[in-house]
Design a protein around this ligand. Sequence first.
Ligand code: BG6
Length: 482
Amino acid sequence: MVSRIIPVEEFDLIIFGGTGDLARRKILPGLFKRFADGQMPQGSRIIAAARSEMNRAEFQAFTKEAVLAATDESETSDLLAGFIDALDYVMVDALGVEGWEELAGKMRGGCIRAFYFSVSPSLFDDLAKRLHDHNMVDPDTRIVVEKPFGRDLETARALNQQLAARFDETQIYRIDHYLGKETVQNLMAVRFGNMLFEPLWNSQYIDHIQITVAEEVGVEGRGSYYDHSGAMRDMLQNHLMQLLCLTAMEAPAKFEPDTVRDEKLKVIRALGPVEPHHMVRGQYAETEDEKGFREDAENPQSRTESYIALKCEVQNWRWAGTPFYLRTGKRLAARSSEIIVVFKSTPHSIFGPDAGEHHNELRIQLQPNEGITLKVTIKEPGPGGMRLLDVPLDMSFAEALGEDADAPDAYERLIMDVMRGNQTLFMRDDEVEAAWAWTDPIIQGWEARHDVPKPYDSYSQGPTDAKLLIQRDGREWRDIKV
Ligand code: BG6
């Protein structure tokens, strides 16, 4: 197989919030893996800029621990030593003057420079201003920003304006890590790399689509953040929205940043409003030995949802009449993310009523066991007439591809895309705003109604009402299971 390492040029990555949770769990181990695979060129540097009183050696020790916790690397490996050598640390006050001269003094020419804002969005403006004041930005400098990108249209717009005041849109990389997942990109490969599906990919042949992102974990440790966010803002407005876009969009003319993002934007703008009776919010209840959502959030009155299910419509020619059912939640029966495309039954059964109702289903499993399953109808073997049976044509990527199925983590992929200057898998300003424009009235609606989320059992399928939401339409959710 041809080498899959696409080289990037030498870079300096400056991570604001470089000692935070995301840096420890994802960014630093991810960069190490790129280094270990030879994709991070010699001479590249990673400079953490954070509030913590730390020096370079302490940050190196912090990173070593983070890498050892996230990989199988041995403590004494030369690779790890080489990576650690590329690290530096500057103590910086995002709101003050401390550290900025020192940071500016470390900048150099002749390589790519990217600033990763892994901090609260409330600091974006201050960081951007100080970077400019200290002449650390040129037209080729990139900045990477994390979600949450605002909490509604107004705040997202304000953030976009703050960034736009100092950076060109082509310099801004808004991360939605779902877009960096290998199987999410595979969705585009399956749709636009095969002739088989596209002619059937519309309301004439598709009965409905289910998009599920279920998690087994609760919000433990992040309760107070989550209580201000909820499943709608934390997951649906961004991650599920991206999955919906990739599932529903028209074929872009090319796999290029703006052609792909233009098509996604059209999908978001075509989303119809969601009626109150087309959505269900839930909160997980306590178990004998685990806290419920309200206890985790330390807010006994909390009305924030840890689960949301809704039915929506993409109001355009391709999708008119085909509902999309979306659901996501914490403390559900399993960690499982998948897209299920449920095709219509054949227009007429030549086998008579005894053959029963049958239809094809394409299931794209995003995590944990990536793969594709196509449910096809065949004859039940043996004598006894023409009885029909649905069987899966099953392809697990791990089995089909062996070692080649081991894909880089989303963050590894996305950070390298930043260095390559490829924005295809990043959200554009108008896309984020359109997503909030659709989300805002839904949230305002339940706030005005003083809606209280329905309790659901931990490790279950979610609230009973969510089951009814789809059953009322004569359909069933696929069980959440691995
Ligand atoms: C994050 C959310 O964006 O995505 C978390 O803030 C969630 O609440 C996480 O747990 C899920 O990501 P993944 O990659 O584990 O599916």
